[in-house]
Design a protein around this ligand. Structure first.
Ligand SMILES: Nc1nc2c(ncn2[C@@H]2O[C@H](COP(=O)(O)OP(=O)(O)O)[C@@H](O)[C@H]2O)c(=O)[nH]1
Ligand SMILES: [Mg+2]
Length: 343
């Protein structure tokens, strides 16, 4: 399918809205930030460690006369999803945005200043952010620290922010990414978002790669998220003292580790991880742009049948994001079967 196939009839109601991606670790405060910004009670904020944002979702608001579509994402380092899955959801919203001609203003990257972070997961997450955006687009990124509430910790938090800026965010800041502290209020959220450049449109590196119509696995961020998973497994193998496990093998890891000192919970963790990386690779073979165009047409058709009208852009974006999650989850459920079929 090419762009000409998408005539007006197949598109949702045109919108002047601009899209903003909200990214960051699970629990960092993405949904909380969006809730304050949009004052929309249906934004679900998390309570415990489990991730709360079920899947990516768009929420509308207006800033200075511009309609914004904020994309809330489940978050990296999530308890139920791999980073690859999260990146695919981000890519889906970028593909919808491109297909519907919605302008992308940039990325808000949310960081919990009160939490202590594992260096490796932080580095990995920042690498994903860099690969999605590309160095020319750092100017379209806002790095936002949250959870400054505990006054007794203010000094410690400031030192943490300083070390983030000096050691982890230095290249992003040099590339003109903005740094902001969110104080938890609606006014603070609005004034942070107002710092995005409303006149400019961001074209992220990932969008450029996807426009070439290559499978997602071949994009830089696609290959990074699957490669590093293999690397994580190697490290776990080393820890268990079982070198050179061929992860492509169909032998179950439980069998391989039967005589090792490993705790069965670690084996289960490895098996889950192996399963996820298999299904992630299969998901990533999809030509996302084509798939998304089909979903948009289905969303328009369904809404027209129901209400005799086209869906709004927000409704269509959410319809597609929901369809994408259902579609991806099939790969997780059938991961083993698919792998056997592929051999
Ligand atoms: N004090 C404070 N709590 C916050 C802030 N942002 C988020 N939280 C809390 O942190 C938890 C996780 O927030 P949530 O927005 O669901 O995180 P998400 O996974 O990034 O969407 C919730 O209990 C929020 O109430 C903030 O700026 N200040
Ligand atoms: Mg959330």
């Amino acid at each position: 399918m090419n762009d000409q196939d998408m005539d007006d009839e197949n598109l949702p109601i045109p919108t002047e809205a601009c899209m903003v991606l909200v990214l960051g670790e699970t629990g960092a405060g993405k949904s909380y930030f969006i809730k304050k910004l949009t004052e929309n009670p249906s934004v679900i904020v998390g309570h415990g460690l489990e991730s709360c944002t079920q899947h990516s979702q768009a929420f509308e608001t207006q800033i200075g006369g511009t309609n914004l579509l904020l994309i809330d994402t489940p978050g990296f380092n999530d308890s139920v999803r791999s980073d690859a899955q999260v990146v695919m959801e981000i890519a889906t919203s970028l593909a919808v945005q491109a297909a519907m001609g919605v302008r992308l203003l940039g990325i808000i990257y949310v960081f919990d200043i009160s939490g202590t972070r594992m260096t490796n997961s932080l580095k990995r997450e920042l690498e994903i952010l860099r690969l999605i955006a590309g160095p020319r687009n750092y100017q379209h990124i806002l790095l936002v620290t949250t959870k400054w509430g505990d006054v007794s910790q203010k000094r410690a938090f400031e030192i943490r922010q300083y070390s983030l800026e000096a050691e982890y965010w230095d290249d992003l800041i040099q590339g003109k990414a903005g740094v902001h502290q969110f104080d938890g209020t609606a006014q603070s959220a609005r004034s942070i978002v107002a710092q995005l450049n409303f006149k400019d449109t961001a074209t992220l590196d990932l969008q450029k790669e996807m426009a070439k119509n290559i499978p997602f696995l071949q994009t830089k961020v696609g290959s990074f998220t699957t490669q590093s998973r293999i690397e994580t497994q190697r490290r776990l193998d080393d820890a268990l003292g079982v070198p050179n496990v061929n992860i492509a093998s169909n032998d179950t890891l439980r069998h391989r580790y039967a005589n090792s000192r490993s705790a069965s919970s670690t084996v289960v963790e490895l098996e889950t991880s192996l399963q996820r990386s298999k299904s992630d690779k299969l998901k990533m073979n999809v030509l996302l742009d084509d798939q998304v165009k089909q979903w948009i047409q289905e969303a328009v058709k369904e809404e027209k049948q129901k209400t005799k009208k086209k869906p709004t852009a927000t409704k269509a974006v959410n319809w597609v994001l929901g369809a994408a999650v259902k579609f991806f989850s099939k790969f997780d459920k059938d991961a083993d079967q698919y792998v056997v079929v592929q051999r």
